[in-house]
Design a protein around this ligand. Structure first.
Ligand SMILES: O=C(O)c1cc(C(=O)O)c2c(n1)C(=O)C(=O)c1cc(C(=O)O)[nH]c1-2
Length: 239
């Protein structure tokens, strides 16, 4: 850290939040593969490759949230955080309507032609995707829980990418059964709730200018994880 940074005045809460939000310019929504996918230019093989690989991110998320919980000594935070695990792992079957995100992603897999066993075998997961997602999990295991919470804030930008898919895919990819898109719809309100909580933790915890700079670096680390996943997918499933 430079001497200048060490003595710089902390940003106000509003300014700090605005700087976190301005990181959306580095979100994977702008990745060339995502631009092609959401404008209808991906082949069936590319869509299948993306779904099979993104499943590994889904697979890691509840483990990551459990790692955060295991490091968290604040009961109030744990009470809220535990719902994130159940959001993905579910707490019932489809009849209850509460099967969770991993099941919803499995439905997406089926809708694009990947049978459940094939998806869950992780056989299509590319090394680059595995390394990227594992880096997220390892960070959550080792970092102070507030830093791991901060790393989840890419979710600030996720509702738009889910909305883009819901708006574009039915026309671009009519071969995908509409029931497969349920995951994207389900995440929009959950992401908003997660962000309200994650942002409050982050704004409370990172209060000096040096800490605020650290938070921006953590958010960039997470943006890089999402970006590298698409780099790996783009290379493995060319035009
Ligand atoms: O489809 C996407 O582009 C996207 C991105 C992100 C994200 O920005 O981290 C998440 C999700 N989806 C998502 O569905 C999800 O459940 C989720 C949880 C988290 C997290 O870091 O805890 N990110 C995301």
């Amino acid at each position: 850290m430079s001497g200048e940074q060490a003595t710089a005045t902390a940003w106000s809460r509003e300014e700090f939040e605005a700087r976190l939000r301005s990181k959306d310019r580095n979100y994977h929504i702008h990745h060339p593969f995502n631009l092609r996918m959401n404008s209808g230019h991906c082949s069936r093989q590319q869509i299948r490759g993306w779904v099979a690989n993104r499943f590994y991110y889904q697979w890691i998320i509840p483990q990551k949230d459990a790692a955060i919980m295991s490091n968290c000594d604040d009961r109030a935070t744990r009470r809220l955080w535990v719902t994130r695990i159940l959001d993905h792992d579910g707490h019932g079957d489809y009849q209850d309507g509460d099967a969770g995100g991993l099941e919803a992603w499995t439905q997406l897999g089926a809708a694009v032609g990947i049978p459940r066993d094939e998806l869950w075998s992780l056989q299509h997961v590319l090394p680059g995707v595995r390394f990227a997602c594992d880096a997220y999990l390892n960070f959550a295991r080792r970092a102070p829980w507030q830093e791991a919470v901060c790393s989840s804030l890419t979710e600030m930008f996720a509702p738009q990418i889910h909305k883009d898919r819901l708006a574009g895919w039915p026309a671009h990819y009519p071969w995908i059964d509409a029931s497969g898109l349920h995951y994207f719809r389900s995440r929009i309100p959950l992401a908003q709730r997660d962000v309200d909580h994650g942002l409050a933790v982050t704004l409370d915890y990172f209060t000096t200018r040096a800490q605020q700079e650290r938070a921006l670096a953590i958010l960039q680390f997470k943006l890089d994880i999402l970006w590298s996943m698409l780099d790996a997918i783009e290379k493995a499933y060319p035009e």
